[in-house]
Design a protein around this ligand. Structure first.
Ligand SMILES: CC(=O)N[C@H]1[C@@H](OP(=O)(O)OP(=O)(O)OC[C@H]2O[C@@H](n3ccc(=O)[nH]c3=O)[C@H](O)[C@@H]2O)O[C@H](CO)[C@@H](O)[C@@H]1O
Ligand SMILES: C=C(OP(=O)(O)O)C(=O)O
Length: 429
């Protein structure tokens, strides 16, 4: 199993290019199931989750090429992928494939819309909470589907096709909003979704679906209206920049100090997080398609944050921000409101000398003057990268084990950090 070794102490200076967003690419790829035409996605990141979803889509009959060549033969070539689901050969998404990744469950929406039936294993994903699927089930029932759980599978059917309906989410869910957009696009009549997720990835999916001929309005607001159409066509769409990767490198620069330009991204994707970084003492300059982060000396200041759905502080940056706060000049509190078990990084940060106490969903972080390198173990994707960030300032050597979590969501992490002067290397095997 690969490990990442970091020798702390170097400031970060340089430019970090941002990849396409994992959490946008995944639903966009799934949208290819909605049409027998070709959906071309540009800026698709090379990530383990993307490769896994390609396998899952292949099982349903989706063909794919990268810049004209089959992806399997050219895994490192190009980032424009053409997906074609000429026919759906299987409406079952099996446990072996779906249990590895939460987003794979989302195929239930397009399969039900196009084939009027789907049998999808209950999903896996980062172990950060119980992560039920009740909102998907209730939402799809509001579109006329009958749904049972049988042997670990969600078995859904819509005889005669889905029909438009009204569904008000009792709790904001990104994934269930994606699924409702895809399902309602091919339902008969109008669907209104209330308390929808407003995340940029939802807007990206709606833009792509509209380019495919869907009629969606209001994406990015809590109320989304969809006029169903009988068929969708192919389209060409560019995956939006990864805001979590952006925020992660912004936090890394604030932690290590230095001067980093994060390129190919937009400040508007991270409204609250960038403000929080300013409060923590970083100088943040918003440019047209990049963000410059500087911290040259001066304390890291303590800031309290509460995670929230967009535009609030993202839960996917909570672990990284906690790493930053371990070196602040005071005490900060970090409250996690989205997932009930997303503090698995606390005990690993403690190995490096962090002082963190937990009470329910609130972590109190008492900043320390010094972190010291140690072997640590990544427990989920964002937790893993928080350990890398802490390693950037820890004295001596930090080894992050179980790097496969990182490979799910960070493209060329070592390369991007090394280019800015960090001492980071992957140890294979
Ligand atoms: C691949 C992807 O895009 N993953 C992101 C997506 O996950 P994901 O779409 O799984 O997250 P959700 O927005 O659905 O989850 C939000 C909350 O709703 C709960 N819930 C969700 C569905 C449901 O049927 N019932 C229910 O109770 C969840 O347990 C959680 O407490 O949004 C999360 C919140 O921004 C991010 O952390 C993940 O990185
Ligand atoms: C939690 C995440 O991913 P997933 O929803 O796939 O588990 C994440 O991207 O931080």
């Amino acid at each position: 199993m690969d490990r990442i070794r970091i020798r702390g102490g170097n400031a970060l200076v340089g430019t970090i290019p941002i990849s396409g967003a994992k959490n946008a690419a995944l639903p966009l790829m799934i949208a290819a199931l909605l049409t027998d035409d070709t959906l071309t996605l540009e800026n698709v990141p090379h990530l383990a989750d993307v490769e896994q979803l390609i396998r899952i889509l292949g099982n349903h009959g989706v063909d794919y090429t990268v810049s004209g060549k089959r992806l399997v033969q050219n895994p490192a070539q190009g980032r424009t992928i053409h997906f074609t689901a000429r026919t759906i050969v299987d409406t079952t998404a099996p446990y072996e494939l779906v249990s590895k990744m939460r987003a794979s469950f989302w195929v239930i929406g397009p399969l039900l819309a196009r084939m009027h039936k789907a049998r999808v294993s209950l999903p896996g994903g980062c172990a950060i909470g119980t992560r039920p699927v009740n909102l998907f089930i209730d939402g799809l029932r509001a579109l006329g589907a009958t749904i049972d759980i049988d042997g670990g599978y969600v078995v859904a059917e819509a005889k005669g096709g889905l029909v438009g309906g009204r569904y008000s989410f009792p709790k904001v869910s990104v994934g269930a909003t994606h699924v409702m957009l895809m399902a309602a696009s091919l339902a008969r009549g109008e669907t209104v979704i209330e308390n929808a997720a407003c995340e940029p990835e939802v807007v990206d999916l709606a833009d792509c679906l509209n380019a495919m001929g869907a009629r969606i309005s209001g994406a990015g607001t809590p109320t989304i209206t969809i006029q169903g159409v009988t068929a969708l066509s192919g389209a060409r769409h560019r995956v939006l920049p990864d805001r979590i990767e952006t925020g992660t490198y912004a936090i890394a620069a604030a932690m290590a100090g230095g001067d980093v330009t994060i390129a190919g991204t937009r400040a508007g994707l991270l409204p609250v997080a960038l403000d929080v970084l300013r409060q923590a003492g970083a100088e943040v300059t918003e440019l047209e398609d990049s963000i410059r982060i500087r911290r040259n000396g001066g304390d890291i200041l303590p800031v309290d944050v509460v995670t929230d759905p967009f535009p609030g502080f993202p839960t996917d940056l909570q672990a990284q921000f906690m790493a930053l706060m371990t070196r602040s000049s005071g005490v900060s509190s970090i409250t996690e409101t989205i997932f009930e078990n997303r503090f698995m990084h606390v005990q690993e940060l403690a190995r490096l000398g962090a002082r963190i106490s937990l009470s329910g969903q609130v972590a109190k972080v008492e900043g320390v003057k010094r972190l010291a390198g140690a072997p640590v173990m990544a427990t989920d994707l964002r937790a893993s990268v928080s350990l890398v960030i802490a390693g950037l300032v820890a004295e001596g050597e930090t080894t992050v084990n179980r790097v496969y979590h990182l490979d799910r969501g960070f493209e060329r992490l070592e390369e991007k950090l090394v280019a800015c002067g960090a001492e980071v290397e992957r140890i294979s095997g």
